[in-house]
Design a protein around this ligand. Structure first.
Ligand code: NAD
Ligand SMILES: O=C(O)C(=O)C[C@@H](O)[C@H](O)[C@H](O)COP(=O)(O)O
Ligand code: ZN
Length: 357
């Protein structure tokens, strides 16, 4: 299978390589200044880390495989502190490299460990989930959760490269695969409606790594993300569009003690954002309804009913807020993202009723 390459621009450009056999590029990305490489991976997935460690050992590096808890449990300060200790014991210097292998939670943690160790060492990311490939590993957002909220501690620290081996997707649990589709569909609504057409034409195919359009969906979503972060790495404006649906999503994840899949929360959050825009008279009803239809067609949730005051309170600390002003990414039409600033409380609650019904 041929490989595709998407360049991410900015001060330190890098490539996202998509295909099979991509690990052959790993030693070149780690580079010849490094001696030691820390390979951070989920403890339940040693088989995923093995070829990565093997490729590095064969290239002559001293490799330390560092298992961390599976999934979201990795994004905790105690786990990060454990990695710092491991880096110290491994004698990791500024020319050494961190490689993150796994889902978005693992690469978010590994990226932040690299960003914070010695004030920043090189990282290379090898995402092994759909969500990791199309979103988490691309763009340089790294971080961990704290009890007060999702991703509240982190850094912008772009990797030196991202290697997406599509063969990894076949072992993914179905619900985690579907979770990744939510971010692909997000890319469709904010920038590339051809994604929505592909999913709608064959929802069953879209929901499987063996589907006929998997590669195209992955590539299109990566291109959307790469274009945006190339223009605005540090989220001073444009990059906020990638946060579509995330204001409520992150509040749901916190309310569910981070046990709710990220993409599932984003699906509900996008329906909420669409309802906000519809009720504000900015988005036609059929586009709002299209959110429900396309998300439901692949098995994603579109409703959620829990304590509204609690969710509302959590949303206050969203990173897009400025002072006391809550700000949402909304759509004024398909692929026409805008902002809704300081919506009144009645509107916020009314949109939530549409999600909770
Ligand atoms: N940094 C960013 O820009 C960004 C963007 C989107 C999401 N995220 C973050 O990404 C995380 C979600 O990522 P995710 O959906 O990959 O979840 P995840 O990292 O929790 O992985 C989901 C599950 O899949 C398992 N897994 C990973 N690869 C596998 C494979 N090939 N085969 C079988 N099982 C495999 C993992 O062990 C885990 O149990 C969230 O923390 C979210 O906040 C970050
Ligand atoms: O890359 C971005 O920018 C995004 O917002 C992508 C999101 O899908 C992702 O979940 C991100 O981690 C959320 O960022 P946060 O700044 O709201 O924590
Ligand atoms: Zn997300």
């Amino acid at each position: 299978m041929t490989q595709a390459r998407v360049q991410v621009g900015g001060a330190d450009p890098y490539d996202v390589v998509i295909g099979t056999g991509v690990l052959a590029e790993l030693p070149a990305l780690v580079g010849d200044r490094a001696r030691t490489v820390a390979v951070v991976h989920a403890e339940g997935l040693p088989e995923i880390a093995r070829p990565v460690c093997g490729a590095l050992e064969e290239a002559g590096y001293t490799v330390h495989a560092l298992p961390v808890p599976d999934g979201e449990a990795a994004k905790e300060v105690g786990v990060l502190a454990g990695l710092w200790s491991s880096f110290a014991r491994a004698g990791m210097t500024r020319t050494d490299v961190v490689v993150g292998v796994g889902g978005g939670a693992t690469t978010d943690l590994a990226g932040f460990a690299a960003a914070s160790w010695l004030r920043g060492v090189r990282s290379v990311l090898v995402p092994t989930t759909l969500l990791g490939m199309v979103d988490a590993a691309v763009g340089g957002k790294t971080g961990i959760n704290v009890p007060e909220g999702k991703n509240l501690v982190g850094a912008f620290h772009p990797p030196a490269g991202v290697l997406c081996d599509l063969a990894a997707l076949v072992t993914m649990p179905h619900d985690d695969y579907i979770s990744g589709l939510a971010e692909i569909i997000k890319a469709g609504f904010i920038a590339d409606p051809a994604i929505l057409d592909l999913v709608e034409a064959d929802p069953e195919g879209a929901a499987s790594p063996a589907g006929p359009h998997t590669r195209e969906l992955v590539e299109r979503a990566i291109r959307v993300k790469a274009d945006v972060v190339s223009a605005d790495l540090k989220e001073s404006g444009l990059r906020e569009i990638l946060n579509y649906g995330h204001t409520l999503a992150h509040a749901i994840e916190k309310a569910e003690d981070y046990k709710f899949r990220h993409g599932h929360a984003v699906a509900i959050g996008m329906v909420y954002a669409a309802e906000l825009a519809r009720l504000a008279g900015r988005l036609p009803a059929d586009v709002a309804e299209r959110h429900r239809a396309v998300l439901t067609s692949v098995g994603l949730p579109v409703s959620y009913a829990a304590d509204w005051p609690g969710l509302r309170e959590t949303m206050t600390i969203d990173k897009k807020s400025r002072g006391a002003t809550l700000r949402f990414v909304v759509l004024d039409g398909l692929a026409e993202p805008g902002r809704l600033e300081g919506p009144d409380e009645d509107l916020l609650a009314a949109a939530y009723r549409e999600v909770a019904r």
